[in-house]
Design a protein around this ligand. Structure first.
Ligand SMILES: [Zn+2]
Length: 168
């Protein structure tokens, strides 16, 4: 069994826990855990997300095998999911980059498109990474608090059973 096959249920579990709090529970999201190729340069990549906000549909492709040892699957899944709510902005920036390139004099067109698209890609990745880290921190606090509540409820149940009823 490959690492991707082994981790597929774990990725699904993480998504199931984060989509509702991230406001993405009404989206139709297709998840593929397996080899993934970058749309632009066709190189093998760790993850790629494509969203269609108009129809609330998205595809997340993750290659868990490409993660370095010690890298966090939760962080990685949250990062890909964070691309979804920021997609409108990413798309608008890309359209603007293309419009700029299209209006440039022909000899410069290719260079301007390449430059503008790289700027958009970098800005999108940086903001999604930062936002994803914020989500990750908040989720970790939420999950720790939920675990603590669960533990306390269990302790309370035991304490109630052991309590001696007051004498009348
Ligand atoms: Zn990304």
């Amino acid at each position: 069994m490959s690492v991707n096959e082994k981790l597929q249920p774990h990725v699904g579990e993480i998504l199931a826990r984060i989509l509702e709090p991230m406001g993405l529970d009404h989206w139709r999201i297709t998840i593929k855990v397996g080899p993934c190729r970058d749309e632009e340069n066709n190189e093998r990549c760790r993850g790629s997300t494509h969203a269609d906000p108009e129809y609330s549909q998205a595809t997340i492709n993750m290659d868990v095998e490409e993660l370095e040892t010690g890298e966090d699957v939760e962080e990685y899944v949250i990062h890909e999911a964070t691309h979804i709510p920021t997609w409108w902005l990413h798309q608008a920036a890309e359209d603007l980059a293309n419009a700029w390139a299209d209006s440039a004099p022909k000899p410069l067109m290719h260079a301007i498109r390449k430059y503008a698209q790289e700027q958009v890609r970098r800005a999108a990745e940086k903001s999604v990474t930062d936002l994803g880290h914020s989500f990750l921190r908040l989720f970790r606090r939420l999950w720790a608090a939920e675990a603590e509540i669960k533990q306390l409820k269990g302790d309370l149940k035991i304490a109630r059973k052991q309590a001696v009823p007051p004498e009348k």
